[in-house]
Design a protein around this ligand. Structure first.
Ligand SMILES: [Mg+2]
Length: 285
């Protein structure tokens, strides 16, 4: 029996039936939300924090290795020509790679709402993020080694001011005289796919490492079906834990939309059905 069942039963018997109405009254009015466990994990679990610390500790080891090897690049598609003597750089995504945005996801659960650009911008302006464990210390370590730390984010130019202010407050290195915060659409060809921004950095820097919580933080081939994404993953597997380091994020991302092929116009119940169909259940035998 999984330990969760034992725990639930113990809780049920310990509180007794008389306590149940009070317990129910404490619950928010929101409808059941498929994101509850994922956001709970992201916002409250020590496991999420432990996972991130591990990723950034690995980052230090890989950074030292990459600095010592001038043929090393984390961007084989974008990094062409003689990059060996370029100054070193690393690229990190922002949302849920270096900043934890779980208060926004949690609010959507408790108010029964979902992602909207307007409420997202309001959230960014409210500056409620917290640093992902290990991220500040790791980026400071990289900067201390003379590595330029770039942030490639799909936050917009409008959202850049409050975000940069927040990041400075936390102690993230902000590039001194170089613009290291590359937001979406800051230049005409900088779309939500990040390859053009990686290529922009690769023109002047040797890219040592990339960090992200979404497949699109590493490759532009992230939008396909579950099977297509798996194929791209297999082809790039050797990067992970080496020069591409992933931060776990079960709360949103291209993994979530892959089963319904990114068709956000489908009714939620249809998206949900397609996600259930993407599961591989045990047949009970
Ligand atoms: Mg992200």
């Amino acid at each position: 029996m999984r330990s969760g069942y034992c725990g639930r039963w113990a809780l049920f018997t310990a509180i007794g039936l008389a306590a149940l109405p009070a317990l129910a009254a404490d619950l928010p009015d929101a409808m059941p939300d498929d994101n509850l466990n994922a956001v709970l994990w992201d916002q409250t679990s020590v496991e999420a924090q432990a996972n991130a610390l591990g990723a950034y500790a690995l980052g230090r080891i890989r950074l030292d290795e990459a600095l010592a090897d001038k043929t090393w690049t984390a961007a084989p598609v974008e990094q062409t020509g003689n990059f060996q003597d370029f100054p070193p750089a690393i690229i990190l995504d922002v949302d849920d790679t270096i900043l934890n945005t779980s208060p926004y996801q949690a609010r959507n659960i408790t108010t029964g709402t979902s992602f909207k650009p307007e409420t997202w911008t309001q959230y960014v302006n409210a500056q409620q993020d917290k640093p992902i464990p290990g991220a500040v210390e790791f980026t400071q370590y990289a900067a201390s080694k003379g590595v330029k730390v770039f942030y490639v984010t799909n936050r917009t130019a409008d959202e850049e001011g409050p975000t940069v202010e927040e990041m400075k407050h936390f102690g993230f290195p902000m590039g001194d005289n170089v613009d290291t915060f590359l937001s979406a659409k800051e230049q005409p060809d900088w779309g939500s796919a990040k390859g053009t921004r990686r290529a922009f950095i690769a023109k002047n820097y040797r890219i040592l490492l990339m960090f992200g919580d979404n497949f699109g933080d590493f490759t532009d081939d992230y939008k396909g079906t579950v099977e297509e994404r798996q194929k791209v993953f297999e082809a790039n597997k050797a990067h992970f834990g080496h020069d591409w380091i992933a931060i776990a994020n079960p709360t949103y991302g291209s993994f979530e939309s892959a089963p319904y092929k990114g068709d956000y116009k489908l009714p939620p119940e249809e998206q949900r059905r397609m996600k259930q169909n993407a599961l591989t259940p045990w047949d009970g035998k």
